[in-house]
Write a protein that binds this ligand. Sequence first.
Ligand SMILES: NC(=O)c1ccc[n+]([C@@H]2O[C@H](COP(=O)([O-])OP(=O)(O)OC[C@H]3O[C@@H](n4cnc5c(N)ncnc54)[C@H](OP(=O)(O)O)[C@@H]3O)[C@@H](O)[C@H]2O)c1
Length: 337
Amino acid sequence: MPLPFVPGIEVSGHVRALGPGVEGLRVGQPVAALTIVDGGGYAEVAVTAADLVAPLDGLALELDVAAALPSNSTTAFLVLDRVARIEPGESVLVHAAAGGVGSQLGQAARLLGAGRVVGTVGGPAKVEAARAFGYDEVVLRAAASGWFDVVVDMVGGATRRDSLDLLAPMGRLVVMGNASGAEDVGMPANELWLTNKTVSGFNLAAFAATHPEAVGQALRRAVNAAAGGGLRVQIDRLPLTQAAEAHRRIESGGHHRQTGPESAALSSTRRGQTGRDSAREPSCAGPRLREGSRLCEAAPRPRQAGRATRGAVTRGAATRGAGASPAARARGRGGPA
Ligand SMILES: NC(=O)c1ccc[n+]([C@@H]2O[C@H](COP(=O)([O-])OP(=O)(O)OC[C@H]3O[C@@H](n4cnc5c(N)ncnc54)[C@H](OP(=O)(O)O)[C@@H]3O)[C@@H](O)[C@H]2O)c1
């Protein structure tokens, strides 16, 4: 990881300044935003592409709740709508259903017209927590059975391999994380061919770098859904002095909330997105993408680099972490402005 390191992939706050040519936003406006491409959200002022900003004015959303939406809730809509291409009435299985992103996927599936929505959890203690996020059924991961049109896996390892057996013909497995830290799992292409199954991958950081408009659209959808009561995030508020405790909770995997210190502070760190745990969970986050890491070198270069449509957000709250490279900061992006 290049030092000094400014983590932070999502923020909320008020617009401090707009880059030339930015339309539809105004100084002083309350917003939620992704800073996932260059990182830098754990700072008093963060800079991001205008496309990755969602206005909050007129919406019944507290800034600290809004700060928990840009990464996981946006991802949930993109995974189901854009990657799995969910159809009304289809059945969905979500692993780690009590986790940060799992808690959003079940609700997003419902909003997108899914039929039966089932969640899996690693132990009995999380069954009720997951059920509270609107799953029809929550089962222990080892007991998952049946066929589903869509399966979403962010756990990896044996769960990923077993997920193939849970796919109905024409079913789609979306691979979007590796929370277990397990070795990568090879996918048997011949089996996919012979059984009419599809495996897709999704990474928000890489997609935001190449398709900021699509990500912004999903972000605004998530924000509006949360404001309308159709999407619930549960957050823990901690003072900045307990930032280390916030990270401990995130890294334990034992929580089902987004954890964030109150006001201008940091909270969760997605494994792999900080670079700290990249052996467990590879990442295509912005700085690594730009450096052409082996895992990401095939990804197209970000389109908006050098675009004038950027502005600064004065942060009210921030959650999660990815870092800004020194090069990004030197360009005046991804760090305090
Ligand atoms: N691709 C993307 O764009 C994208 C976006 C958001 C998140 N993610 C990824 O999705 C995964 C989950 O993120 P999150 O924000 O939901 O994290 P989280 O709130 O910490 O939840 C992770 C869940 O993974 C499960 N898990 C299984 N094995 C684990 C282990 N060895 N250590 C810790 N947790 C373990 C746990 O659920 P059980 O106890 O039920 O097993 C835990 O609740 C991460 O890998 C993250 O990087 C990817």
